[in-house]
Each structure stands twice: as C-alpha cells, then as structure tokens.
Design a protein around this ligand. Structure first.
Ligand code: ATP
Ligand code: MG
Length: 604
C-alpha cells in the first residue's frame, strides 16, 4: 500500500472540527464589515419571512369580521399590500446577503488555495515523489470547494434556520397555549438528536467513500500518464482490471453509504410527521373549542411548513458541513506538512560573483536503510570544470540534487565560497545554479514559453539567441508554427534530443555562475552532440561547472574527473593522468573506444 504521509490518523472528530473552524475564521473576519451587514440582512429576511404568515392570518380572519363592509374595503387591501411587500422583502434581503457575502467566500477560497499551492511548491522533492499527484489535486479541489459549501451552508442555511426557529417558537409561545411550543420544541429536539447521531455514524462511511474515490483517481491518472508504456506492453486489460478493482470497492462503499442515508431520511420524515400531526390536532381542537380562529389554523400550518422545509435539509446540511470540515481539514493537513528543507532562521543570500563549490566528506541516503553516497569530497574552484563519471546508479545525479539542495546531506557539508549551503537562502542558491537535468520534462505550452522559463523576463531576441546556442533555432524556424509550436503534455511531442536542447537553451538563458550538465547531450546524435559540446564548453568558460556523463569523450577536457563507484570516489585526476593510472577510468575508456571511433583531435 502506498504510504500516505499527508495524514496522521484522525483524532476525535469534534476537536478537529473546532480546530478547522478556528483556522478558517480569520479569513472571514478580515471582511467583518461585510459579514456583519450580511448577517443584518439575514435577520431582516427572516423577520419578513415570519411576518408573511402573520399578515396572511389577518387577511383570512378579515373575511369573517363583525363589520364586513369596513373590513373588506380597508384592512385587507392594506394587508394585501403589506403581504406583497413582505414577500418581496424576503427575496431582497436574501439576495443582498448573498451579494455581500460572495466576495468574502470567494476571497477566502482564493487565499487558501494560493497558500496551499505555494506550500506544495515549498515541500521537498521527497514529499512529491512519495505522494501521488492525482490524490493531491483531488484533495485541494475538494478542500477549496468545501470552503464554499461550509460557508454557504452554515451562514446561509443553519444560521437562518436557527433564527427562524427562534422567531416561530417565540410567536407560538406568545399567541397560543403552551402545548404548541412544547410539541414544536420536543419534535425539534428529537429530530436534531436523531439526525446528529445517525450522521455521525455516517461520517466514517463517507470518509471511506472519499478515500476510495481518491485512490481510484490516483490509479487512473498514473495509468494515463503512462499511456505509452501501457501500449508498449499491451496492458490495457491489466490497467482496466486494476482500475476496476478500486472502483468496485468504491461502488460497495457508496451503496453502504446510501443505505445509511435512507435510514436517516426515513427516520427524519417519521419524526416530522408525528410532530406536524400533533400540532394540527391541537389546532383543530382549538378551533372546535372556539379558542382559535380559522386564521390561526392557517397560521400554524404556514409556520409548520416554514419550519419543516429547512428542517428537512438539516440532515443534508449536517452531513455536508461535516464533510466540508473533513475536506478542509485534509487540505489544511497539507499546509501542516513540514517543509523538510527550510531556510535557516539566519540564512543569508549567496552574494553575486564567481562561485567555488566544495563537497566535504558528504554522505547521503534517500532512505536511512540504503546509503547512496559515502564520504564524497571534491572541490570545483570558481570557473573550473569538474566531471563525474561512473556506472549507472553510482550516485552521480544525486550529487546534483544535493547541490541544488533538494535534500540535505546526512554527513559532511556542501559549501559554496566557503559557506554551508544550509546557511544560504534556497532562493539565492538556486538562482545561481543552472541545470540541464537527465530527464527533461517540459510544460504543456509553446517552445517559446518553455525556453523563456529559464528567465521569464528575457526578450524574444534573447530567447532566439539561446535557441541558436543550443542548436535548436534551425529546427524551430522550420516548424510551421515556429516558436509558438506547442510541445504537448510533458513535452512528449518533441524528440528526446529536441527536448534536451530546449533544456540546454533555457539553462543558457538563465545564465548562472554554476552549471550542472547531467547527461546533457546523451540523447543527441554524435554530430549534434559535438556541435553542442563546443557551445557548452563555451558557456562553461568562466563558470563553475559540474558535468555528469556516460560518454567519456565529452569530459576529456575537464579540469578534473571523478570516478564514482557505488557512491564512493574511486579515482580522480585529469583525463591523461587517469589513463596513465590504468585503473577503472582507463578500463571504461578502452571499452568505449572499442565501440566508437576515437574522437578526432585525440592523440594518445
Ligand atoms: N528519490 C529516491 N529515493 C530513493 N532512492 C533513490 C532516489 N533517487 C535515486 N535513488 C537511488 O540512488 C541511487 C543513485 O541514483 P542516481 O540518480 O544518483 O544515479 P546516477 O549515478 O545518476 O545513475 P544514472 O547514470 O543511471 O543516471 C540509485 O541506486 C537510485 O536507485
Ligand atoms: Mg543520473
């Protein structure tokens, strides 16, 4: 099972809910003027709403007065006008409240979404490699949607219902015998208790549905991202079965959830039916005894309907609110994720100028149980070039990731100009390093956008200049859409070599004092490679460069060459010195010479 590092096991729900509400509150209170005004509108709307049946009762009673002529002419006309005005008032106040509140809700959603997004970018590579993107985006999507739901349900539904229930109970108490208030409040109490008990039981069922939903989504996205691989191995059926396995669990969980919902709804309807019947019975008795008028029966009925409608939603409301709180909590849990790599409190920026890089006895493991680098030391003086060669998996790319501070070393230190990179701000460190990574992934946008990504404020001329240096310009200019050609999802519409050259172009555009080329030309044919090699050497002049390569012919001119084996430096020296040593490097060189013709200009 995948390790879910985002969520600790949820402690008792109640405490969490309060915690979530407390965290959300400041985002709303920022707009307190609007909030208070919207609440005033809410009370206005509810006052108008309970006045409607009152006026309506008077109209009904007006038809059976002592002096019919007077009543019909004056009272009902005024009352009917008031009735119309009140009805309109309800909508007016409701709409005003919505209008006022929309900005509050949407701004809160925007602010929080932005914070989560920023935080996710600040989290370590380790987090992103372990979490799956599908589940992550689902969490954010559900979390932001939940904020809207929570606010609109509490402020626009629960609060108005409470105000309304209070008003109605007040009027019933003031006007009629106590049994009405007793029945109404008794029914309410039973109803609310039942709803909460059952809904609490349902929460874990809903949580299960959500988790299975995320898991299915993760599986689908991962499968679609591997579209080509799936086809290479003809594994559509296998993928379908895996997805269906997850969907089947989801289906069963949904059905369990629906059963519980039906129980909830039926129980609620039963309680309300009993309450309403009791009240109508009391009203009928009142009319028969002559203590109540026909208008009163109309009034009680109207109040009951007015109470019944919002109460009918109470179960849904309660569930949705709990659900929203769970979703928001999950999103906030992302915010609570510790940033593994953080700027030290007293971190300084790396000053401009040439940079000397030093690895001092660096040891490192991605996972404690499996050390990758052992006591690696080397120095690249400012402006010099160091090459690292070695077998696949020996830890070469890891050196680049450590220098970039995607991870912190477990032992030793990495220094730039004598300063430990853990004491530098990450932003200033990364601004000084340009990397052409081993696998280039591009944004699904145009070539221009992807090259300019190296320095977003670069002019188009500079973009073209970088493309020329990366031997890409000719290719781009031949394309029907030129620089506006879209590169497809992750850049997959480009060939491996083209993608690699885009990566080179954007690094050249960034123009940093430290350069890392991780197999920067491995996807190119030897002719293009040689041409670009010259450009890269040109670019490396005056810069500190770390070059990682399999093809030894590309590192011959480095100032120093390091041979890495199983995370240890086994040999070091210049090309010539290493050949003379006749060790691992000389052996690798001899092997590669057998495969290729010797590079021109090389004399042994
Ligand atoms: N995120 C990770 N978590 C755990 N292990 C990892 C991780 N990344 C790399 N490794 C392991 O670390 C070792 C060194 O990886 P690295 O990418 O540095 O190799 P490399 O020398 O660049 O190899 P290649 O020449 O194939 O690119 C590998 O054995 C790899 O399995
Ligand atoms: Mg590598």
């Amino acid at each position: 099972m995948r390790r879910d590092i985002a969520l600790p096991a949820p402690p008792p729900a109640e405490r969490h809910d309060w915690h979530t509400i407390k965290r959300l509150f400041p985002y709303l209170w920022q707009w307190r003027g609007r909030v208070l005004f919207a609440l005033a509108c809410l009370i206005g709307a509810k006052l108008a709403n309970v006045s409607v049946p009152l006026v309506f009762k008077d109209i009904v009673d007006g038809f059976a007065p002592a002096d019919p002529a007077k009543a019909i002419l004056i009272a009902p006309l005024a009352l009917i006008a008031a009735y119309g005005a009140l009805r309109f008032g309800v909508s007016l106040f409701t709409e005003l409240r919505e209008l006022l509140f929309t900005r509050v809700t949407q701004r809160a959603v925007r602010t929080i979404a932005l914070q989560v997004f920023e935080h996710l970018h600040a989290l370590s590579l380790r987090f992103h490699l372990e979490r799956q993107t599908g589940g992550l985006t689902r969490d954010i999507e559900r979390g932001t949607r939940a904020i809207g739901t929570l606010i609109s349900y509490t402020i626009f539904s629960v609060l108005p219902t409470i105000v309304e229930v209070a008003l109605v109970l007040g009027i019933l108490a003031a006007r009629y015998e106590p049994s009405f208030v007793l029945i109404a409040s008794g029914t309410l109490a039973v109803y609310i208790t039942y709803t909460i008990l059952l809904s609490n039981w349902r929460v874990h069922l809903r949580r299960e549905v959500n988790e299975l939903d995320s898991a299915a989504n993760t599986r689908a996205i991962d499968s679609l991202l591997n579209y080509e691989t799936v086809k290479y191995f003809n594994n559509e059926g296998w993928e379908k079965a895996r997805y269906d396995q997850q969907m089947q669990k989801w289906e069963n969980a949904q059905i369990r959830s629906q059963y519980s919902l039906s129980w909830l709804n039926l129980g609620q309807a039963g309680i309300i039916a009993v309450g309403v019947s009791l009240m109508m019975w009391r009203a009928a008795v009142g009319v028969a005894n002559g203590t109540m008028t026909v208008g009163d029966i109309v009034l009680v009925n109207a109040f009951l309907i007015q109470l019944y409608i919002p109460l009918n939603f109470l179960g849904v409301l309660y569930r949705e609110i709990r659900q929203s709180l769970t979703d928001i909590e999950r999103m906030f849990a992302l915010l609570g994720q510790n940033k593994e790599i953080q700027d030290a409190p007293d971190a300084r920026p790396l000053e401009a100028g040439p940079c000397a890089v030093r690895f001092e006895n660096v040891s490192f493991a991605y996972e404690a149980r499996r050390p990758i680098l052992h006591d690696v030391s080397f120095e690249i003086p400012a402006g010099r070039t160091l090459a690292v060669v070695g077998h696949s998996g020996s830890g070469k790319s890891t050196l680049a990731r450590l220098l970039f501070r995607f991870y912190d070393v477990n032992g030793g230190a990495i220094r730039i100009n004598g300063q430990d990179i853990r004491q530098l701000t990450q932003a200033s460190l990364r601004a000084r390093i340009g990397i052409v990574p081993q696998d280039t992934v591009l944004f699904n946008d145009t070539l221009k956008y992807n090259i300019r990504y190296g320095r977003p404020d670069a002019s188009f001329e500079e973009v073209q200049e970088a493309a020329r240096a990366a031997h890409l310009a000719e290719f781009i200019e031949r394309l029907p859409d030129g620089y506006d050609t879209r590169v497809g999802e992750r850049g997959l519409k480009l060939s491996g070599g083209e993608k690699q050259r885009v990566a080179i172009a954007r690094t050249l555009l960034k123009n940093p004092p430290i350069l890392i080329f991780d197999e920067a030309t491995s996807a190119l044919d030897s002719k293009t490679e040689k041409a670009i090699q010259a450009e890269l050497e040109q670019a490396a002049i005056g810069r500190t460069a770390l070059i990682i390569a399999h093809r030894l012919s590309t590192v011959m001119s480095a100032d120093e060459i390091l041979v890495l084996d199983g995370g240890k430096v086994v040999e070091r020296g210049t090309h010539r010195a290493l050949l003379e040593r006749d060790g691992a490097y000389a052996h690798m060189w001899a092997l590669q010479q057998q495969e290729n013709d010797p590079p021109p200009g090389y004399v042994q």
